[in-house]
Design a protein around this ligand. Structure first.
Ligand SMILES: Cc1cc2nc3c(=O)[nH]c(=O)nc-3n(C[C@H](O)[C@H](O)[C@H](O)COP(=O)(O)OP(=O)(O)OC[C@H]3O[C@@H](n4cnc5c(N)ncnc54)[C@H](O)[C@@H]3O)c2cc1C
Length: 393
């Protein structure tokens, strides 16, 4: 039976995260408008932060389970998506890839680094099997030589290194793709710039160039240099599994913003004299209240779908399709609910005096990275119909 109950410590940890979120939120507008600046690792008020009503809890040590981790992600991003993304602990998407595909020695060696993940290229996004970056082995020096270009790398400037997808043999398609760890400072690894974006402007989304970049042979994650013949996918399938946990986390990040929008809208409606009665029948309350309850219900549905996905992972059960379901659902929810909140609040919704317009911009990314909504729906359809990639692409 699905169980989302939290321990008392979990609840305390969540309260602490929300309290920290209020600090983070104070900086949200500044770093949105000054996107070329990097938010500091420690925000100015952090040293003075005391939350006497919340017992000190080390979230990493004192709480357990993917359900709690997901709720804590929602709480973190409730503060501010972009500043949190920049300040997040536990590393980037590359750290998840290292944990999924690295050998125990590789994990031990690099896990203390913040690692970005570079798959997307100017000619390859939704279909990562089209990666054109190459890795050629120099047998004399025992080094891989990387050449290629990557774009839209989240946390790309701040990261200490990157897990980069490159092909050992372009003619082998997916089977030839492997992941390599490249540390910042390696000659030939250049970071030409930061992308300018609609939302999450505080995050340092970067472009990377690999120009005869030489890395040690042992930097191939997992260490398997073979390219399977026929229809095999090599290490590709294993690396794609990384997304089974990162997709629900991406959903949770977006849902944190939605929760912020819901809370703000509720406050404003109540301040305007509306009473929200969750027990009243349809058609008995003002239209604005009924619309708000619909938006809140959509948020709750998305959250439950996401929690179910991570709960399955915590039970050691497959969650491949559920990870796409919750990501696709959250991708719609972030758009529809933040837009619905703007509709309800009118000018206040789009005024830069408030954060709602920024939240609507920030959460748009939920439906783009880690696979767009369309790609999630393809994965879901394949799962439901028992189709292969060749049957439905
Ligand atoms: C802010 C930001 C951060 C990012 N961070 C990272 C990162 O850290 N690492 C990384 O590697 N990438 C990252 N990305 C890239 C992101 O993963 C890609 O943008 C995404 O996968 C889509 O790829 P694309 O942009 O090439 O679009 P395309 O693949 O060209 O797709 C364009 C449109 O066509 C649709 N489409 C494509 N194929 C199909 C199909 N078969 N059926 C139906 N519709 C289809 C897509 O859904 C999309 O709407 C980031 C992107 C952004 C904007």
């Amino acid at each position: 039976m699905i169980d989302f109950r939290l321990t008392e410590r979990d609840k305390a940890a969540l309260a602490k995260t929300y309290a920290e979120g209020r600090i983070v939120r104070k900086h949200a507008r500044y770093y949105d408008e000054h996107e070329s600046e990097q938010a500091p690792d420690e925000l100015p008020e952090a040293a003075d932060f005391v939350a006497p009503e919340v017992p000190e809890v080390d979230i990493a040590k004192d709480t357990t389970g993917p359900v709690m981790m997901t709720l804590n992600t929602i709480a973190s991003y409730w503060g501010d998506y972009a500043v949190r993304l920049k300040n997040r602990t536990g590393g980037g998407l590359g750290n998840a890839a290292l944990a999924a595909a690295g050998t125990p020695e590789q994990i031990e060696k690099w896990n203390n680094l913040v690692l970005s993940m570079a798959i997307t290229e100017p000619g390859c996004g939704s279909d990562p099997s089209r990666v054109q970056t190459t890795a050629v082995l120099d047998e004399e020096t025992n080094e891989w030589v990387l050449n290629g270009e990557k774009i839209f790398v989240t946390t790309g400037i701040r990261a200490d290194g990157v897990v980069c997808w490159a092909s050992l043999d372009l003619s082998a398609g997916r089977a030839g793709i492997k992941s390599f760890l490249v540390e910042k400072g390696t000659p030939g690894f250049e970071v030409p710039g930061k992308e300018k974006k609609l939302g999450i402007r505080a995050d340092d989304t970067a472009a990377y160039v690999f120009n005869d970049c030489r890395i040690p042979r042992e930097n191939l994650l997992g260490g398997d240099e073979t390219i399977p013949k026929g229809k095999g996918s090599g290490g590709f399938r294993g690396v794609m599994k990384t997304f089974n946990m990162t997709r629900p986390m991406t959903a949770a990040m977006g849902l944190g913003v939605v929760e912020a929008a819901i809370d703000f809208t509720r406050e404003q409606l109540e301040a305007s004299g509306f009473e929200i009665d969750y027990t009243a029948g349809t058609g008995t309350q003002p239209a604005a209240v009924e619309r708000f309850i619909e938006l809140e219900a959509q948020y709750e549905a998305s959250k439950l779908t996401t929690l179910q996905c991570v709960w399955l992972a915590g039970q050691g059960q497959p969650n491949n399709m559920e990870s796409s379901v919750c990501k696709a659902h959250a991708g719609n929810t972030v758009r529809e609910v933040t837009q619905g909140c703007i509709d309800l609040l009118g000018p206040m919704g789009i005024s830069r005096d408030h954060l709602l317009e920024k939240w609507a911009r920030d959460c748009r990314i939920t439906d783009i990275y880690e696979g767009t909504g369309e790609i999630q729906r393809l994965i879901i359809a394949r799962g439901l119909l028992d189709y292969s990639r060749a049957d439905l692409s």
